[in-house]
Design a protein around this ligand. Structure first.
Ligand code: PMV
Length: 365
């Protein structure tokens, strides 16, 4: 790999997908969230991005490869994003760029690959800014006192979170390990609409470090209604105001569960958020449904298993048909045997991904 210099080089970052326990659904212009959300990053579901750059009269993105193959749809989205980024990274107009990306999980597996991709790309841009200009770009919306006490690494992460958000809202929660909050809320003073905020250790019982996520693939084809369309439908949603109030209640309960180590409350709130997200889709105008018959079969089986076993299990779903079965490492043996005996028959091709809480992005340069 060419050593990064201002003339030419390569900068590479690996960044994870995240899974929300409290769901972001609905947004305002500028990719600002209608409500606060809370998630953790995954360990195995990551995207690696190498940004190759070279000084040139005619700065533009020349190539985008995903797992070694051109991907015109994603290239178009990334090219648009990079053009928008010229406002903060003006030097980009003097560089020819190529991007090699690699994803460890199928693009439409119900895992937010765009969150992993945009967080990795934003980190590459911030690192490139440090190489070319010697500093990070100013993010004008940084709360006045929020920079105080931040290390250089914290500033890099906060800045990259800001720019990730502009690519895909939920991407701003992929920059750190532990539980990351995005959105202003009176419940957590440090919460910001502009970037993610990692809940400090005193707010999260150590028990939650061992959270596991079994991703049960029901359908891996592209979903019929995109998340962007779903966010837009929240603008005039009849339950919009009640959702905003409800999410605040759920966030309060989730924060209490995390602080006290209450596994059952944690699972109850996660399940309620997943069902609420999908009921908001169904009650949009026009309404739509992303769950498939196998999704419902799996959810019912998990509910029955929760009751019969008494274990702390639950589930969540993103805007898609796949199910994320949540459990703790101490119950792994029982849960894995439940998955193979009762759930895999309802997964497409018997596919599932055994994932868990991860550690956040890694520099590969
Ligand atoms: O970041 P987007 O625009 O892909 O929206 C993601 C929304 C959900 O995945 C459904 C919920 C969330 O908070 O991640």
């Amino acid at each position: 790999m060419t050593k990064p210099s201002a003339a030419a080089g390569s900068i590479c970052w690996e960044s994870p997908a995240n899974i929300a326990m409290i769901k972001y659904w609905g947004k305002y212009p500028g990719q600002l969230p209608m409500n606060p959300s809370l998630s953790f990053v995954l360990k195995k579901s990551v995207v690696r991005i190498c940004l190759h750059y070279e000084k040139s009269e005619n700065g533009q993105l020349e190539q985008f490869l995903l797992n070694g193959m051109p991907n015109p749809a994603f290239m178009q989205r990334i090219s648009g994003y990079l053009l928008d980024m010229h406002a903060w990274f003006p030097f980009l107009s003097a560089y020819r760029l190529r991007i090699d990306s690699e994803s460890t999980f199928p693009h439409s597996a119900g895992i937010a690959s765009s969150a992993a991709a945009f967080s990795a790309l934003a980190l590459c841009l911030c690192s490139l800014s440090q190489v070319v200009t010697g500093k990070l770009p100013e993010i004008d919306s940084r709360q006045d006192d929020s920079e105080q006490g931040l290390t250089d690494h914290d500033k890099l992460i906060q800045t990259a979170s800001f720019f990730s958000r502009l690519g895909s809202g939920s991407a701003c929660r992929s920059l750190e390990s532990g539980f990351v909050l995005w959105g202003r809320t009176p419940l957590v003073g440090e919460g910001s609409d502009q970037y993610g905020f990692r809940l400090p250790s005193e707010r999260v019982h150590p028990q939650f470090q061992s959270i596991q996520d079994a991703i049960l693939i029901v359908d891996d084809t592209t979903k019929k209604v995109s998340s962007s369309a779903g966010h837009a439908l929240m603008q005039k949603h009849p339950y919009r105001e009640s959702r905003i109030a409800h999410v605040s209640d759920n966030l309060g309960l989730m924060l209490e569960a995390l602080r006290s180590g209450d596994e059952k409350l944690f699972m109850d709130v996660a399940v309620n958020e997943a069902l609420t997200l999908h009921s908001l889709m169904m009650s949009s105008s026009p309404g739509y449904m992303l769950m498939r018959p196998q999704t419902i079969e799996i959810l019912e089986r998990i509910e029955a298993f929760r009751k019969e076993s008494g274990l702390s299990v639950g589930y969540t779903m993103d805007a898609g048909p796949n199910v994320h079965l949540l459990y703790f490492a101490h119950d792994a043996a029982a849960v894995k045997s439940f998955i193979s005996g009762h759930l895999l028959a309802h997964c497409k091709g018997g596919r599932w991904i055994s994932d868990s809480m991860g550690h956040g992005p890694v520099s590969l340069t």
